[in-house]
Ligand binder design. Sequence first.
Ligand code: SAM
Length: 338
Amino acid sequence: MSIKSTAINNRRYLGNKYKLLPFITKTVNENCDSIDIFADLFAGTGAVSSAFPEKIIITNDILYSNYICNLAWFSPQQFDSLKIKNIIDFYNNLHVSENNYMSENFADTFFSAADCSKIGYIRNDIEQKFVEKNINEREKALLITSLLYAMDRIANTCGHYDAFRQGVTFDKKLELYYPNASNANNAQNRCFNQDINSIAKQIEADLVYLDPPYNSRQYCDAYHLLENVARWKQPEVKGIARKMNRQNLKSDYCTKFAPKTFEELISSLRCKYILLSYNNMSNKGNNRSNAKITDDEILRILGRKGSVQIFSEEYKTFTTGKSDIKGNKERLFLCVCK
Ligand SMILES: C[S@@+](CC[C@H](N)C(=O)[O-])C[C@H]1O[C@@H](n2cnc3c(N)ncnc32)[C@H](O)[C@@H]1O
């Protein structure tokens, strides 16, 4: 059996903070005392939580696909690594050509027809293994995570699923890697899949890290296909990009309601420190890149909660080519709550 393994950061994700981890950990270590519970409430890939393995970790994300990955990496539930490796090895050696939801809806779009058939087969099989109690919840999350990371590695996209390139030859084949997760996670770690403004009222933490979307780009649009495969409700899909209905997954943080929603969030948080990532794209790029919350609004809202300091670092940002922004600064706003 020869299986490659994968780490948490081996996926493409808009706004992921993997490269900023040294900056984030330094800011926390030098400015925050007695942090036992670290809550990462717009967790995305979970990369930031992974930098605080000695803390009790709480993750949350509105996308189920991120929740499932966070569960795979951070859940305290035990899993059988040999069982997972054997199943992954079996999947990698499969030759399937059946018709299923994936092949019928996505053949030769983001993936070849053959890989779509295989993705559909694997996802059905994971569900069946879970229903038949051959795998537990963590093992199911690990297998779905392995599949989502494998899809991400070969997808015919530029990192997100708004569009695919027409007429390409699909030269990369689907290969699942073993997610190198730990069986020694803190027993009190918890993962959630809710809107942040509702989870905020239910938890307490020492430090809450907030990394909201900055602009009008909805994550459920960019990652609809991973979300679809993770949920596996097999909904109707529409349009060239074959998107499902995403009405319940839209975030207010990508709309004009962002400042008000952010204000409600901050007032409901129960914690000693709030650490906020928000970049300085405000009115510098094209319309879609413009930040939804201004610096003045951030300072006013955080200022009512406690005393605020700003830390910054130069950072190269993702742009679609429509805007060319140099010298972009990634900032951390640290609020020491009253
Ligand atoms: C900038 S990304 C976070 C990236 C993350 N820090 C990382 O390193 O991967 C913002 C995340 O917030 C999530 N999100 C957006 N609106 C949300 C909401 N209202 N409640 C919970 N999560 C939300 C998105 O799905 C996305 O994963």
